[in-house]
Write a protein that binds this ligand. Structure first.
Ligand SMILES: C[S@@+](CC[C@H](N)C(=O)[O-])C[C@H]1O[C@@H](n2cnc3c(N)ncnc32)[C@H](O)[C@@H]1O
Length: 321
């Protein structure tokens, strides 16, 4: 179970994040191509909707990556020191993590990091029940702003875990900066296990982000609902529709919220207008070939060591050192 002080600290950290949310929304909506940062998908409802997405027939990444981890977790954790620390970036439900934690020695520790208070609290509580001897130190916040880990882990071997192709949400230059930051966070001897969605045919990619049940559409629209709940009630959700397509030139899926009509709205004293058909760009999901990702890793201070793929080459898990 989470201690009372851990729960209190998680809630207190959350209040400090509202101002940053307002600034990010106003900044994004002030650009010529309106945009919103995709990390704000993940309030409690967004995290729950993401879990539903992972179970959809069309959404191959989660089951494929889970399959790779199930088959190779032991190999991935081989040679890990007895007091190693597993640091997970964007831990969400921490479900895939259990596959690695099972292979970790007794004195290991786990640091789940996420922006979603509810997802982090629920996952930490579940992991604590399943692994009662594990030292768990949840950290609420933005992994791209994190500059250090708990002090007492300084001399212990760190293994970073960054599954779900979450790095694909960043443009390659930003992804490279994040990988460099992780290198200094995990220290020179640290390793990183990172899940990368692979390039594939447009139809498979587009159907993964346009599911027939409309769960991805709800997930996308929830970004506006999150603003309505947390900042102020601004958006009429009926006035927007979900759109997702593969941009082959950029090698990425783009998600947008398209305005169904001309509209005006005001957020925190800032006025905005949208024409019918104009969109808010809400997410990118970059796809890589194994070679492209290894090149990016090399340019970001890491050395590719091993890579595991499924038999259909849909998804890959890379070990970097
Ligand atoms: C695509 S989900 C992946 C969840 C899980 N790791 C998995 O593989 O199933 C992305 C997760 O990263 C979190 N996240 C996204 N951006 C983040 C950021 N900048 N800092 C911390 N967490 C972030 C979200 O809250 C969400 O739980």
């Amino acid at each position: 179970m989470l201690s009372n002080s851990q729960t209190k600290r998680l809630r207190a950290d959350a209040t400090g994040q509202r101002d940053a949310f307002v600034r990010a929304v106003v900044d994004g909506l002030s650009r010529p191509q309106k945009s919103l940062p995709c990390r704000y998908f993940y309030d409690a409802r967004g995290s729950a909707l993401f879990e539903k997405i992972t179970e959809l027939a069309e959404y191959y990444p989660t089951r494929t990556e889970t399959g790779i981890l199930t088959t190779y977790a032991r190999e991935m954790m081989d040679g890990t020191s007895s007091d190693s620390v597993l640091v997970e970036f964007g831990s969400g439900s921490s479900r895939k993590t259990e596959l690695l934690l099972r292979e970790l020695p007794d004195h290991a520790a786990y640091v789940p990091i996420d922006v979603s208070t509810d997802a982090l609290a629920a996952a930490t509580a579940r992991i604590a029940r399943r692994f009662p001897r594990l030292d768990i130190r949840p950290m609420l916040g933005d992994f791209s702003e994190l500059s250090r880990l708990p002090n007492d882990f300084k001399t212990r071997q760190k293994i970073g875990f960054f599954p779900g192709s979450t790095i694909g949400n960043l443009a390659p230059a930003e992804a490279s900066r994040l990988l460099l930051r992780f290198k200094s966070l995990l220290s020179a001897e640290g390793r990183l296990l990172i899940g990368i969605d692979l390039k594939k045919d447009k139809a498979t990619l587009e159907s993964a982000y346009n599911d027939s049940l409309g769960v991805t559409a709800d997930f996308n629209l929830n970004l506006l609902a999150h603003i309505n709940r947390e900042i102020e009630p601004v958006f009429d959700l009926e006035s927007f529709r979900h759109a997702a397509h593969y941009n082959a030139r950029e090698g990425r899926i783009e998600m947008h919220l398209v305005s169904r009509r001309d509209q005006r709205f005001e957020i925190s004293g800032h006025r905005f207008t949208m024409r019918a058909g104009e969109s808010i760009h809400t997410e990118n999901s970059y796809k890589y070939s194994v070679e492209q990702f290894q090149t990016l890793a090399r340019c970001s201070g890491w050395t590719p060591v091993r890579v595991w793929e499924d038999s259909e080459a849909l998804f890959s898990v890379h070990e970097l050192a």
